[in-house]
Design a protein around this ligand. Structure first.
Ligand SMILES: [Zn+2]
Ligand SMILES: [Zn+2]
Length: 173
């Protein structure tokens, strides 16, 4: 079998994806590998493009997650301040901002559920979101302070990965 790109050169290995022959020159040039097995040019470009789309989707997801964490931080902080002010003035309605604070925790638990692979039905989801979300709202509120920098770090890492893959792809053109 000869190389699919260089018809006069004998193939030394096959593309791990589509089985065409690859010669030594192809192996020494830019190519993608999976489990140490080389891909031909066409399959390499396909694999890298696919990987880049995956990274892009992950970036979108982490950015949405960060956006929500910021929103939650602001809303919950305002509610806490209102509750404190109301408690200071012995207001009868101090339970209102506290209940709203807990409600934000429920929304957070509901959102978290959406991104897990759990297969529970909606009723289980409602019960857990309400119970766990409301009770854990002070802790998940504090957690948002850590969640935002964690998202930033993650976005940076993914964008670096995207850039690296873009540079590899540029090698093929
Ligand atoms: Zn191939
Ligand atoms: Zn070749």
């Amino acid at each position: 079998m000869n190389c699919y790109e260089h018809p006069n050169a004998p193939a030394v290995v096959k593309c791990a994806k589509c089985d065409v022959g690859l010669c030594r020159a192809c192996l020494e040039g830019p190519h993608w590998e999976a489990d140490n097995k080389p891909f031909c040019k066409r399959c390499s470009v396909g694999a890298i493009t696919g990987k880049m789309a995956e990274i892009q989707a992950e970036i979108t997801h982490v950015k949405a997650s960060k956006g929500w964490a910021k929103t939650r931080l602001v809303i919950s902080s305002i509610l806490l301040v209102i509750a404190l002010v109301m408690a200071q003035s012995n207001s009868d309605a101090v339970h209102v901002p506290i209940l709203l604070f807990m409600a934000v925790g429920i929304v957070d638990a509901w959102r978290w559920w959406k991104y897990t692979d759990r297969k529970d039905n909606w009723l289980q989801r409602v019960i857990v979101a309400v119970l766990l979300g409301a009770l854990s709202s002070p802790f998940t509120y504090l957690g948002t302070f850590f969640r935002i920098p964690k998202c930033n770090k993650n976005i940076q890492k993914l964008e670096d990965e995207l850039k690296e893959h873009g540079a590899i792809l540029a090698d093929f053109q």
